[in-house]
Structure formats: structure tokens, C-alpha cells
Design a protein. Sequence first.
Length: 126
Amino acid sequence: MTTVGLRWNRWVFGVLAAEAMPIVALVVLVATLGPGEPAADQEFAQTLGSWAGPIGGAVATFALSLWVLKPLSADHLRYGALFGLAVAILDGGLLVASGSAFQWLFVFSQLGRVVAGFAGGIVRRN
């Protein structure tokens, strides 16, 4: 079932991949650049995660929004923003479920995902 060309399997896979890609990137970065000692690696991961999560999340959301929105014939901006919102909701839900304390960085990170999805809609529309 499609809506103006939207393929829901792409949508679901894209949201999950946009959430997973920054995590995988963080693991790879810690494995390659980390001190190599478990306690130090964990501290390094927390510090690096403050940057890799928000930036990587926005980049992954933008890149995957281009792929998710490709088959659309119309409504690129709306579906791009909705894609970013879906990624932000998943990420926010995981933060709440993990019991993470509130940080303003999380708010900006979620907004970055929505903006990245919308930006993907702008690029795909043109």
C-alpha cells in the first residue's frame, strides 16, 4: 500500500537505520580511537557520544530521508518532516526507556533530526 508513492517498508527500515547508524558509528569510533582500556573506553564513549549522537543522528536522518522520499510523487516536505519526527520520537522513546536524565542536548538532537528530515524533503523536491 502506498500513499503518493511512499513505500512503508522503506519508511520503517529508514527510521530504524537512522537510529542505528550513529550508534554503530560510535562503536566503531571508540573501537578505533579509544584508549583500549574498558573504563577509559566507556568514559571516551560518553564524551564522544555527546557529539556523535546529535550530529550522526541528523546526518543519518538526512541521508535516509533522501532514500525514503525517493519514490514520492508529491508532499516531499511534509513527509520529510514526518520522517524526521518519527526518528526523533524513536530516539526520544529510547532515551526515556533507558532512564536518561533530561538534558537540553537531547532536545536539540531531536530538533536536528526533524530539521534534517525536512531538509531531505527540500532536496528531494528539487
